[in-house]
Design a protein around this ligand. Sequence first.
Ligand SMILES: NC(=O)c1ccc[n+]([C@@H]2O[C@H](COP(=O)([O-])OP(=O)(O)OC[C@H]3O[C@@H](n4cnc5c(N)ncnc54)[C@H](O)[C@@H]3O)[C@@H](O)[C@H]2O)c1
Length: 248
Amino acid sequence: MNQVMVVTGGSRGIGAATSLLASRRGYAVCINYRSDADAAERLRARIVAEGGAAIAVQADVGVEADVLRLFATVDAELGPVTALVNNVGILETQGKLVDMSAERFQRVFTTNVVSCLLCSREAVKRMSTLSGGRGGGIVNVGSGASRHGAGGVYVDYAASKGAIDVLTLGLSKEVGAEGIRVNCVRPGIIYTDIHASGGDPDRVDKLAATVPMQRGGQPEEIAETILWLLGPQSSYVSGALVDAGGAR
Ligand SMILES: NC(=O)c1ccc[n+]([C@@H]2O[C@H](COP(=O)([O-])OP(=O)(O)OC[C@H]3O[C@@H](n4cnc5c(N)ncnc54)[C@H](O)[C@@H]3O)[C@@H](O)[C@H]2O)c1
């Protein structure tokens, strides 16, 4: 039977690199996207042109009804999910906590944390060996920000990534007996469009200069770590928070 992966926010950045690599490693892939249908369709077509299987599904994964529709579509078109990458994440403009609204906190937590809870719940229902599933793997994309507070300029984002760490630890214990491994990769400074939303276009280069390995990372390097965490080579790894940040 097919290995089926759902990648949330899979049309660009780390999500796109993961979708492409997963296809090359034999997964049928669901590329979830929220608004960029063109990018999702281009990636889907590229995967199919390479001989892979992929679908692109629009869904805001912070919205429960969208998540239910997403997983039902995957069931119908690819079969039950065996690997989930909770990749979506948003970063708003830099700022001080005292200037942040409750709406902003809610927006960041809904996208970064509630999405992870909703998608993980739907995946576990389908993967659990206790209810007839084949087992599987979940990788949450956290951030080094949960260790260092995102430099103190996005404390809301850092707090949401702290929640992802704890969600990983707790869920890995909850589903360990159900044939499901749950891990978290915590990227450092990676060259993607997320930095454009921070309000300082030079910030990513300034941050990359602070990395002990003397460079920022590429999305493909995080994708490799994610595929490792989902693959047989990491068969006894669960509940791990894996830093991929060049020692930063
Ligand atoms: N780039 C970095 O330096 C870095 C560092 C640490 C952690 N991360 C994390 O990596 C993950 C991927 O980020 P990226 O750097 O590739 O950024 P990105 O902005 O390129 O990709 C994020 C994707 O998620 C999508 N998305 C956002 N909200 C969504 C929603 N509600 N429903 C569906 N899709 C949604 C966006 O449209 C986008 O395609 C995020 O969780 C981010 O926090 C990135």
